[in-house]
Design a protein around this ligand. Structure first.
Ligand code: PLP
Length: 405
């Protein structure tokens, strides 16, 4: 058990050891404090929680299954493997859990407009989805490089009624979209709520995202208990900003027998520049309103990052993960593109599941870990999303051109 780190105290204060906090321009402080006060007011409010859980059930399709991966278990010949199926949620990933929670809070605060930044577009699509459901206005900020690369997701957001703003400042990627969204937030905070896409950003966002995503581990703990009457020995999840991982870990942080493993994107490898392995290679810095760990140069300029998986292509990680790593409570491992693509094909053939390439970073770790464990040990691996979106790029990675037009 960790000595210095207590998740509840940390979340209340917005300080995870020395990480987290609120690093924002002065003009945004009053509004972020209103968000923090509103969250403190509603986080344990029975009506708020009831509405949240009703939407998770009736709209997102929860609870998600905890599936015993019989074939993988037999093939890998070690631990029993269970898959937490966030890929089965409406919109095909865990992101919907968080966006429902934040949009409900926005409504409670009297806001009528949601904004978000997005890299690959997945968080933008989730935000546009809930804005449509709630009849709210929605504007998504996306670097122009990304709108050009991800035209399908831009069109999806537009179908859902959102306006997509292609940001042309700086290098026209995610970090520039973050700055543009923050500027817009400062100008429009009277009617606008900034929906954070992962367990990142200024307090209270990392705590809020932890809470909304903790439904993953609340369910998995009860489901495994029902199935075999025990705790898992390992919980494995992929880490971009860290929201599906913190949600997968949350209920187990205080169970010292449960090993927590986060899998980050090594891209072409941690000895190359084409990587997104923040834990392995990053250093402490300030960006996106928080103190955390980032890939940055000596002047504190955020590096451009690379991974085959768009969802793990974030130059930092949420502050709570850095605290969990420093405390030795969780371990973070880099997984390369090659390993993730192998895992993508492996789980498809073994279990008949086309999982998101992000999630396959966790599957790759399970492939390494399971054979080293005994048959009475249990691994829960979170499948954060479904992989239909990745099929064309995996084919391309294997040198197969799919001519769809
Ligand atoms: C966005 C995304 C991720 C990475 O985000 P986290 O906040 O680290 O969970 C992982 N998997 C899928 C399927 C995603 O869409």
């Amino acid at each position: 058990m960790t000595k210095n780190y207590d998740p509840e105290t940390a979340m209340q204060a917005g300080r995870y050891l020395d990480y987290g906090g609120q690093y924002l321009p002065e003009v945004l402080m009053p509004e972020i404090n209103r968000v923090a006060a509103a969250y403190a007011k509603y986080k344990d409010d029975p009506d708020f929680l009831n509405e949240f859980h009703t939407l998770l059930r009736e709209y997102a399709g929860r609870p998600s299954l905890l599936y015993y991966a019989k074939n993988m278990t037999a093939d890998l010949g070690g631990a029993q493997i269970y898959l937490k199926r966030e890929d089965l949620n409406h919109t095909g990933a865990h992101k919907i859990n968080n966006v429902i929670g934040q949009a409900l809070l926005a409504k409670r605060m009297g806001k009528t407009r949601l904004i978000a930044e997005t890299g690959a577009g997945q968080h933008g699509v989730a935000t546009a989805t809930i804005a449509a459901l709630f009849g709210m206005e929605c504007e998504i900020f996306m670097g122009k490089m990304d709108t050009d690369r991800q035209r399908l997701n831009v069109y999806r957001m537009e179908l859902l009624g959102a306006k997509v703003n292609a940001v042309t400042s700086g290098s026209m990627v995610l970090k520039d979209a973050v700055n543009a969204a923050l500027q817009n937030y400062a100008a429009r905070s009277d009617d606008t709520f900034y929906v954070m896409g992962s367990a990142v950003g200024p307090h209270p966002f990392p705590a809020m995202v932890h809470d909304f995503q903790s439904v993953i581990s609340k369910e998995s703990k009860a489901q495994l208990q029902d199935a075999i009457g025990q705790l898992p020995d390992y919980v494995v999840a992929c880490v971009g900003g860290g929201s599906n991982a913190i949600g997968s870990f949350a209920e187990y942080i205080k169970d010292p027998s449960v090993h927590l493993i986060g899998c980050e994107a090594a891209g072409k490898g941690i000895t190359t520049k084409q990587t997104a392995a923040t834990m392995a290679l990053g250093s402490t810095g300030i960006f996106h309103g928080m103190k955390s760990r980032f890939l940055q140069n000596h002047d504190g300029q955020i590096d451009s990052v690379y991974s085959i998986s768009a969802g793990l292509d974030y130059p930092g990680v949420g502050p709570e993960h850095v605290a969990l790593m420093d405390e030795g409570r969780a371990k973070y491992v880099p997984i390369t593109d090659d390993e993730a693509v192998d895992a993508f094909e492996y789980i498809a053939k073994q279990e008949g599941i086309i999982a998101a390439i992000e999630s396959c970073h966790a599957v790759a770790e399970v492939q390494k870990l399971a054979p080293t464990l005994s048959k009475n040990q249990v691994i829960i691996c979170t499948l954060s999303g479904r992989g239909d979106k990745d099929v064309a790029s995996i084919a391309k990675y294997r040198g197969i051109e799919l001519n769809e037009d």
